[in-house]
Design a protein around this ligand. Sequence first.
Ligand code: 13P
Length: 244
Amino acid sequence: MRCVVANWKMNLQSEEARAFCEDLLVHLAPEPQAELGIAPPFTLLSLVSGLVRPKGLHVFGQNGHAEDKGAFTGEISMPQLRDVGCSGVLLGHSERRQFFGETDEALAKKIKAAWQWDLLPLLCIGETLAQRDAGETLAVLGQQLSILSQTGPGPLWVAYEPVWAIGTGRRAEAPQVLEAHAFIRAELIRHGACADYEVPILYGGSVTPESFPELLNIPEVAGGLVGGASLDPHKFAALAKQAD
Ligand code: 13P
């Protein structure tokens, strides 16, 4: 399975999003082989789902709360994501861990809530530069994946996003990606996550159409979670074609 997911983060407004989707759909292969997805901000979910879900693309929320409803001002629940046409939800993005205090404990609950509402969790993990320099990369990834022992198995995509490679133009080198993805696969197997489900491992961090073909050749790299380059429909279409 090959997958390419656009993470728009806190970018775009309705007319820009509409123009993006219309342009993208014109440039995609008629029946793309790769699984494609877009993770727009909450305000654009309805619009984007209406435009791309009929064409078979996934739409992901960028976060979701573990409770179905209640007094959680500013939060969005999994059933609310479903209600606006989402098929999945990004969980544990490093920007949420870094700026909004996302914890592994909360993420275990969020994964279970996503499954309850038939949403595909795309769990993001990755080390900071300080952790890499301290030789802690695999320990950090192991810790972030250890929540799977609490959740048990279910449909899941994982994205390895080294924090130092996000938005910096400094993509991880092939041997670093190879080591991380091989380790993640071994951990997923150890937690029993792959017995009944195909769990693709995406790479994220300064992915561009120039760098993507090399990444796709690395064993256990099933695709990309793309920030900056995904705001250009031509670049996103190019990435989708490369993944085909
Ligand atoms: P960039 O592709 O802009 O580095 O962002 C990666 C990312 O955070 C995707 O979730």
